[in-house]
Design a protein around this ligand. Structure first.
Ligand code: PLP
Length: 454
């Protein structure tokens, strides 16, 4: 098995950083001019891009992005799923133009007829009966968790270690070295210690889940069907069935967040793996890039919600659930076009087949160079991780983080025209991605690994 020579990695990384600066003087100049912005960028996560400064966008269509330095890149990052439709998909753009320009009325606090169409479509895909809209997956999770506590009259939420569900206070908790819950490293000034609001266990640990649910104080288990924000951690056979059974037995609601796992197909992992959540949340790709999100619930839960609301909780005004721009006419028009005409069954068929090819390409490189890494696929989404076999828990996946390797691979690819997500090593296929694009990645990935260990 090949081992990574750290001195060689450092030297290669220095070379890629120099190349990044040399190739992108216009991006660097814009970054240096950003003196009125926190961290010099419009949103601080944009500093996660490798190389010391991000590339600046000129434009993008389909799976291609043009940056201000004059290059076009093949985009496998796709806005970390926000642009899983490809950039500016034509049906979504037409619907946006019609609503914003022709009809007018971007946000009015009045419902528009698109909302019921979108809700019915979400029901067909994910099986929930009632839906409400938000502007992000974060808000969908926040508001649905409030409702879960209201309905169950229980105070806590349970999450899996190293999950990510948006900037939701209750979710920033991990299993610490002693096996007990602790605030996640880096958690920014929490108002309340999250170990007071949240129980946490490792993914795929049904025994720990049973133990923590037995306290009878968990309103909802909030989970992705596979972890996607610490690499991809797949559920082991039987685990998701166990989770469902344990939730039912303990009276906790099962809340599934499919913001990323919609990559599994037209009906996400819920349909692909025959899951039966009580509550459901999603965001990002729904509107083809226009901000929107949604949470859904079963009829049974909607009945319980109505009963719980009789006690005076206020979801119509300032009770803590809702937002002024949520469900606006522009977002709902974008969702209708995106779900109806872009993220279709045919599109998923294309994307899943391409991802098979992507994974086969990465695997062939790992075998060729005998590198002890792994690659995991989740439908149209794949990710490589610097350990083998692939981790089965968030804690194990976190232990395999290697920032230097991440940066080297990201820069090697972007310096040669390919983008993967700035967070770890995720690549996503969109309806516009082609076999040739996938093969470009395979070739570059092979060259990057070859330079490192060849
Ligand atoms: C599974 C999951 N849920 C929710 C979110 C939050 O999405 P947003 O930042 O668009 O609110 C994310 C973001 O990465 C996510 O991965």
């Amino acid at each position: 098995m090949a081992t990574i020579d750290r001195a060689r990695l450092s030297a290669l990384l220095d070379g890629e950083r120099r190349l990044h600066a040399k190739r992108h003087p216009a991006s660097l100049a814009l970054y240096e001019a950003g003196t009125h912005l926190v961290g010099q960028v419009p949103m601080t996560w944009m500093n996660k891009w490798s190389g010391g400064f991000p590339l600046y966008l000129e434009g993008g269509h389909g799976n291609r992005i043009r940056v201000v330095d004059g290059y076009e890149l093949i985009d496998f990052a796709l806005g970390d799923t926000g642009a899983m439709t490809g950039h500016s998909p034509q049906p979504t753009v037409a619907a946006i133009n019609r609503r914003a320009g022709e009809l007018g009325g971007i946000t009015t606090m009045l419902p528009s007829e698109d909302a019921e169409w979108v809700a019915a479509e979400l029901s067909a895909r994910f099986g929930m009966d009632r839906w409400s809209f938000t502007l992000s997956a974060t808000d969908a999770n926040r508001w649905a968790l409030r409702l879960a506590r209201l309905i169950t009259k229980r105070p806590k939420v349970l999450v899996f270690s190293y999950c990510y569900h948006g900037s939701v206070d209750e979710t920033f908790v991990v299993v610490g070295p002693e096996g007990t819950a602790q605030s996640r490293p880096g958690n920014v000034a929490p108002a309340v210690d999250p170990t007071l609001t949240t129980r946490v266990v490792e993914f795929n640990d049904a025994a720990a889940l049973e133990r923590e649910l037995s306290h009878g104080d968990v309103a909802a288990v909030l989970m992705e069907p596979a972890l996607t924000n610490i690499g991809i951690v797949l559920p082991e056979p039987g685990f998701l069935e166990n989770v469902r059974q344990l939730c039912t037995a303990s009276g906790s609601l099962l809340m599934i967040d499919e913001t990323h796992t919609i990559s599994m197909g037209w009906g996400g992992a819920t349909t692909a793996w025959d899951l039966a959540p009580d509550l459901f949340s999603i965001g990002k790709a729904l509107g083809g890039g226009i901000p929107c999100g949604a949470y859904g619930m079963t009829n049974e839960l909607a009945v319980r919600l109505d009963a719980a609301l009789a006690d005076g909780a206020d979801i119509i005004d300032v009770g803590g659930v809702g937002g002024t721009l949520a469900g606006n006419a522009l977002s709902t028009a974008a969702m209708r076009a995106t779900l109806g005409e872009v993220l279709t069954p045919a599109a998923f068929e294309h994307m899943l087949a391409l991802c098979d090819r992507f994974v086969a390409g990465v695997e062939s490189v790992l075998v060729q160079y005998e590198v002890p890494w792994s690659v995991v696929q989740l439908g149209a989404r794949a990710e490589y991780r610097f350990c083998s076999p692939a981790p089965t828990s968030g804690g194990a996946a976190a232990a395999a983080i290697d920032d230097q390797l991440d940066e080297y691979l990201h820069l090697y690819l972007s310096n040669r025209g390919v983008l993967i997500t700035p967070f770890h090593n995720m690549a996503l296929m969109c309806p516009d991605t082609t076999e040739a694009d996938v093969d470009v990645h395979t070739e570059l990935f092979g060259a990057a690994v070859g330079a490192l260990v060849g």
